[in-house]
Design a protein around this ligand. Sequence first.
Ligand SMILES: [Ca+2]
Ligand SMILES: [Ca+2]
Ligand SMILES: [Ca+2]
Ligand SMILES: [Ca+2]
Length: 391
Amino acid sequence: MKRHYSIIVFLMVFVLLGCPPPQKARKKMPRIFALSYTMITGKEPSYLITDDFNRDNIPDLVVANSGDHSFSFYKGLGDGTFKDQLVYQTGRDPICLVSGDFNEDGYTDIAELNYADQSIQVFLNTRLGSFQRTEQLIKPGKIPINMALGDFNSDGNIDMVVTLRFSNVAVILGKGNGFFKEPYIMDVKGQPTAVVVGDYDQDGKTDVAVALAGNGNKGVQILWGKGDGKFEGSKAFKGGKQPLSLVSLDVNNDGLMEFVTSSNSLHALTTLVNNGDKTFTSLRDFASGNFPKFVVAADFTGDGLQDIAVSNSTDDHISVSLGRGDGTFTYPPIYHKVDEHPQGMAVADFNGDGLLDIAVSSRDKNLIDILSKKNMINPKPDLHQKEPKSS
Ligand SMILES: [Ca+2]
Ligand SMILES: [Ca+2]
Ligand SMILES: [Ca+2]
Ligand SMILES: [Ca+2]
């Protein structure tokens, strides 16, 4: 598989770089992806995640249906198609999803955040291809917006961190049995929007990064983890006009994670480079499409450099910008037409050809579009090389 992959990568690099196009054609880069599959969701699908929930090594999808207070689960079939949705009722206005093994039984579970109810609910994996909601209704605090998972107190149990609109975040420690403790609140230096989790100073302790928008500080603040569930807030590092979404990636392959923020009002993205001394320096903003909504990072071209894809909600496009390895990205972005009002995105190899695909939810059409690699030699999935299914 790996060998196959490098050949494909080589071909791809050759296709992309091997024969330089005439100057005029350079302006419009060839598309990387083509629409390969579409499936129906609930009303106003927004946040989208992928994980392997039934342990068959095939990525599955889960989407929040914000308009009818539910989420849909789609079992991946491995050929780029999915089984019909299983719909689960949630609280009002679900806007964020995370996946993790909350009860430590080896099967990945789901937690979803209900904006209107200001609550989080956990759905445990039954191991039979379905989910069962726990009795606990988690109340993270006022106006929760986004959440992420990590083990903040180093006890091996997955914890949650939730951004609350007015200048604070909630940390909610997991008990390891699918239930969570009471939240505790920490102040941040602005109005937090997106949150991601990682070890940004490489001290072995999990940190939290929040995007700050609204009034006051704008940019990214790091909450440096102490490993015992406590954090020390950094200053706010400038990065974007009104950053609403945040992705972490290593733009320059030095092992330290950077951030890219997207600013809705500016129609632009901003890279914050990790200096390795617990500080970050932002580079010049660069253009995305209109109203960038979600950002994902992955090496779409296989050249070893991280690229980004952005859903541009009013353009009905996702734009892909290819990483140059120094925190800058190719311009102009490569636009891919999708169904109306794209929102959430998830990246995985859905069709088993060794190349990354993108799933994107279309709010106005109640659809998920699957985009797969275009103009490439897509070998048939080699079933013999697939790992044996776990029972
Ligand atoms: Ca589980
Ligand atoms: Ca923990
Ligand atoms: Ca750390
Ligand atoms: Ca780096």
